[in-house]
Design a protein around this ligand. Structure first.
Ligand code: NAD
Length: 490
């Protein structure tokens, strides 16, 4: 099984080393081993990539030739399909994701889903008439034209890197933009491999798609978010870095799109079916809880509290985890030592603030290598406690007791975040009534799945600005030009 990925970046159509040959180590979080050196871009490399993307946007027909774009992006899709089996071990090795997830959202699904925005190129209404209007005594027809925004910087996290890279870059490219992708330093291959396929197996013109890998996000990040030649920053990551990006982009008034953190609540109404609550709660440990839309607060009515806690405790103690290459495991390590230590610090805060620890609570004794944390269950959590308010991004569930639907809604909305949530009830009407009151960008009712390439994804409040995927996500990468012409002209 090969576990060596592309070490070079893609800049202006060429696979290149960083200036001065700088590199950094890609670390496998399950073994803590260096699995390959990767180019470590300098600010100058970033400037060259921006220059190339700008030139490709301004001087090639990428932004105007729809059929050519669709052909090139289909070539990329086909290349990813062909190389899927060699990508699979690379994703597991650098992300530490359980391999079972690569058959779904870590690899197979995003490759399949990229066809949706490619197909949209042909069926999207690039120009529409909005009707006539009289202004200053003149009757005018108005035409709305949609045009690509220009050069897009796509800055992505490590938790679902192929999914986020493709969900950002393919719609941006399909909309006619040129793109510079900067992945997280923990997961460079999930971007450089896409860069390699673009260079080797597509007709995408030089400069249209660029990949910059860098250990220090600030050096390259400041160029991407501050350079006036970049028109739009599409960012997925933490709320803290999102704020920074928004501030850096302000002086040049860039379009900024943010997908940030979450602290989503699952509400079980008192008439819900509680028989599966253990298994569903233990899903919080899936991929070590490293998912922005995970349901990390469980709101359980007093009437079903004790039996639910019993089931959840048993399920948390039985979560299969360890070697990410084992198909039976739902959880591997956390992505790096810093994340593991952050999660362990949150667990200590939970204990200190008085939540009752029912399972886990530390590093697993039986795994001496890798950045593992035990699946951890806290109950009797105060809704205002730190572990109920801050995003932990680890395998930690906070269970909160409530009385009455109104209190459940108020606890769910007691968060600076608003990314996702869930409602369970025997009555669909009652569940929908509660769902309408929750201030989040996505919701699951009675287990329904909202996720798909055609469904907008994003957050309210400090979970973000804008939407990814769906027509709305595509339009994040478009400008609108309103043209008035004499009504008599048509
Ligand atoms: P992060 O914010 O630390 O980093 C995200 C990306 O930003 C990385 O590529 C990083 O190198 C880069 N970056 C960091 N500082 C920068 C700067 N000053 N300028 C430019 N780029 C900079 O996040 P992370 O630790 O990689 O990912 C975890 C976070 O991402 C969690 O908070 C999670 O909720 C969030 N996330 C959100 C979504 C969503 O869709 N809402 C999806 C996945 C992850």
């Amino acid at each position: 099984m090969t576990t060596s990925g592309e070490s070079r970046m893609l800049i202006d159509g060429k696979l290149v080393e960083a200036e001065g040959g700088r590199t950094f180590a890609n670390i496998n979080p399950a073994t803590e081993q260096d699995i390959g050196q990767v180019a470590d871009a300098t600010a100058r490399d970033a400037q060259i990539a921006v220059e190339a993307a700008r030139r490709a946007f301004d001087e090639t027909n990428w932004s105007t030739d729809h059929a050519f774009r669709a052909k090139c992006l289909t070539q990329l899709h086909d290349a990813l399909e062909r190389e899927k089996e060699s990508l699979r071990p690379l994703v597991v090795a650098e992300v530490g994701t359980p391999i079972m997830l690569t058959y779904a959202v870590q690899l197979d699904i995003p490759i399949n889903d990229m066809q949706w925005p490619i197909a949209l190129i042909d069926r999207y209404e690039w120009e529409t008439k909005i009707g006539e209007h009289e202004f200053f005594g003149m009757n005018s027809q108005r035409v709305l034209r949609k045009e690509p925004v220009g050069v897009v910087a796509a800055i992505t996290p490590w938790n679902y890197p192929i999914q986020v890279n493709l969900a950002k870059c393919i719609p941006a490219l399909a909309a006619g933009n040129t793109v510079i992708l900067k992945p997280a330093p923990d997961t460079p291959w999930s971007a450089t491999e896409i860069g390699r396929l673009v260079a080797e197996q597509t007709d995408i013109p030089p400069g249209v798609f660029n990949v910059l890998t860098a250990l220090d996000p600030a050096e390259v990040g400041e160029v991407l978010t501050g350079d006036p030649r970049v028109d739009c920053v599409s960012f997925t990551g933490s709320t803290a870095v999102g704020r920074r990006i928004m501030a850096n982009a302000a002086p040049t008034v860039k379009k900024v799109f943010l997908e940030l953190g979450g602290k989503s609540a699952a509400i079980f109404l008192d008439d819900a079916d509680f028989s599966g609550i253990g298994a569903s709660g233990a899903m919080t440990a899936m991929h070590g809880g490293q998912g922005c839309a995970m349901l990390t607060r469980y709101l359980i009515p007093a009437s079903a509290y004790d039996e639910s806690v019993e089931q959840l405790t048993a399920a948390f103690k039985a979560v299969p985890y360890g070697d990410p290459n084992d198909m039976a495991n739902v959880m591997g390590p956390l992505v790096n030592a810093r994340q593991r230590d952050r999660v362990l610090a949150h667990i200590e805060t939970g204990k200190r603030e008085g939540a009752r620890l029912m399972a886990g609570g530390g590093r697993p004794a039986h795994l001496d290598k890798g950045y593992f944390v035990e699946p951890t269950l806290f109950v009797d959590v105060d809704p205002d406690a730190t572990i109920a308010q801050e995003e932990i991004f680890g395998p930690v569930l906070a269970v909160i007791k409530y009385e009455g639907d109104d209190q459940a809604v108020s606890i769910a909305n007691n968060s600076v975040y608003g990314l996702s949530g869930g409602v369970q009830s025997a009555s669909l009407d009652r569940a929908m009534g509660v769902a309408r009151k929750i201030r989040t960008g996505t919701l699951s009712v009675n287990g329904g799945m909202y996720f798909g390439p055609d469904a907008p994804f994003g957050g309210y409040k400090q979970s973000g600005v804008g939407r990814e995927m769906g027509v709305l996500g595509f339009e994040e990468f478009l400008e609108t030009k309103t043209i008035g012409l004499p009504a008599s002209a048509g």
